[in-house]
Design a protein around this ligand. Sequence first.
Ligand code: NAD
Length: 495
Amino acid sequence: MQDLFSSLGLTPDLTQGGTLAVRSPIDGAEIARIAETPVSDMPAIIARSQTAFRAWREVPAPRRGELVRLLGEELRAAKAELGALVTLEAGKITSEGLGEVQEMIDICDFAVGLSRQLYGLTIASERPGHRMMETWHPMGPCAVISAFNFPVAVWSWNTALALVCGNPVIWKPSEKTPLTAMASMKIMERALARFGDAPEGLVQLVIGGPAVGEALVGSKDVPIVSATGSTRMGRIVGPKVAERFGRSILELGGNNAMIVAPSADLDMAVRAIVFSAVGTAGQRCTSLRRLIVHHSIRKDLVAKLAAAYASLPIGDPRKEGTLIGPLVDAASRDRMLSALEQAKAEGGTVHGGAAVEGVAGGAYVQPAIADMSGQSAIVKEETFAPILYVMGYETLEEAIALQNDVPQGLSSCIFTLNLREAETFLSAVGSDCGIANVNIGPSGAEIGGAFGGEKDTGGGRESGSDAWKGYMRRQTNTVNYSAQLPLAQGVKFDI
Ligand code: NAD
């Protein structure tokens, strides 16, 4: 472990002697003690970010992109080590730890191209001799508050875009995963050193819990707050940022569903269901939590799933072949077990779901399938664990109504070979989620698309498409190159 730490620049002075204990979900053992950022330091940190902003906004965007290109290079060089640290600190299996770093590399590539594409529109003016256009400008410090389950990727989605858009970044990672954050900052520092003349304080890291986050959320000098985590957190953060007319990008909980129609390719559906329901031990915001299956195939599908679930290797996420690692901690396992009790009390039949001995000290569970007679209260909650609730339907209309009848609106999908069903699901009367797929599970989004969801998921968008606009301010410009001063709407005001 010490070798891994030192290969990422995490020297003992950084990982020992602090007040924040870091535990590995693999065996619950303490792996580091990190110094926390005193809340009293936050005003100075924010002031440094403001100073950095004044310099960075003047750097041409393609040059800003060069920093992100270097970050991508450094991430490529450190991929194996950072991926291994994600596994150690967040408990992801090896390929998912590496996949998370790959996502960081992908967003860097995307943002480098974007740095030459921050474009506005030219709009027809009603006045002769006038040109109207819109331009996009940097906004200022962007706070990134991130969750434990994507300990580094979420930072990179925000940081790569914020930097090319001309904004400094202050990152507050989850208090459960500060080590991967510190390692990512070391990688960033290498990119900054190679870049040469970036302003001091352009990318900063603060360590701690909600109080440190709240210092960012409450500051007028932090115009953008991108917060990823539970809906409970978003309900606190969103109104606080709104109160000061700041901009928030909220990426909150999901309760993602798959509709399986009679025409579906069931073998393909089973593969998609298993990956999205049990991958990352059900701890993705996009994990599949609800299966809405046509009555005619329900029994068949549940039997196939039960067979697939029976053979899933659960255990040490570092071991080759393991598909299900630990939950983040014992509290998370307790929440899963109590959700299953509630499912039973609400009429469900539960298969699996027992706590298992993976590695001593870790919280390992068998993934569960809960056959429900309807969408009861527990099904509408996001339990951050591998529970798959199964419900039946008769008509597509009914299935879509069930899919939409939860507070969250992140990701959704339908398995069907029927074009009318697929298109209806994607139409205005279909899924109400930010992400809707056909013949693909709800998790594992690509960087090129905008990522985020509606309703209690918070409404924010990150990553691809035009999500960059969330990190810039829009300005409408009208230029008069005539010798007259005509007023809009034909108003006369002669003096
Ligand atoms: P969490 O809400 O407990 O914590 C998330 C972050 O918010 C942490 O950094 C935490 O310190 C901070 N925080 C908590 N209260 C705060 C406050 N009052 N002010 C400022 N910061 C505060 O979430 P978690 O358990 O780490 O992560 C799991 C949750 O995150 C799930 O609900 C999951 O769906 C969600 N998530 C969503 C997305 C998405 O893109 N929609 C991605 C990943 C995770």
